[in-house]
Design a protein around this ligand. Sequence first.
Ligand code: ATP
Length: 234
Amino acid sequence: MLVLEEVNVYYGAIHALKGISLEVNQGEIVTLIGSNGAGKSTCLKTISGLLRPKVGKVMFKGADLASIAPQAIVSQGISQVPEGRRVFANMTVIENLELGAYLRKDKSGIKEDIKRVYDLFPRLFERKAQLSGTLSGGEQQMLAMGRALMSRPQLLLLDEPSMGLAPILVKQIFSIIKEINTTGTTILLVEQNAHMALSIANRAYVLETGKIVLAGDSKQLAASEEVRKAYLGG
Ligand code: ATP
């Protein structure tokens, strides 16, 4: 479904991605783990078209995304939940969700999908008229995910959904990610919480200073000495 071929991305003189090749197949949960500054967010931004590779290709369903605007990439079926759960603070929960569907015109479908988001996140239903800036951190994460789902993505890109959340909420968010995947959405998940990410993903890539240093089945990686030492606290 998604293929990155030898992708190189720069911020000015900083070479942030150094020849990244990876793939995500339809129906999978794939995780990208690695320490601070490894290039995980850069990788997601390159897929969603916010950054462009200087060298290399990003292909989605067989088509090169190089000349496609970020908005059109959303229409093609890729939606990103950015790091730091950026919601529109001065808008209500329901307005944020409606905004996630701004490229769609099927009013009844949009209504159905808002209901689906409320089924996934009952808390958002309870808070639907509340200004989003006054939601708790966890609720804002739920809203950011719900808003991304409103474009009916085939591929959902999640950037550190567990960041800053209490352990019980982390568990809840990860179980919802699993549920979203079960209902047909392919997922690429960036996480610093390698333990949780490996527990729900089919496959994983380990990124270090802009390069993939390990890749494989999540269970095998979680059991490997190298990953346990560096990312799972021994
Ligand atoms: P974290 O887990 O800390 O969010 P990350 O793996 O997502 O890290 P990136 O945010 O992708 O890492 O950053 C990769 C590298 O690119 C880092 O060295 C970072 O300092 C650099 N970088 C990121 N954004 C910019 C920018 N706008 N300008 C210059 N350098 C940047």
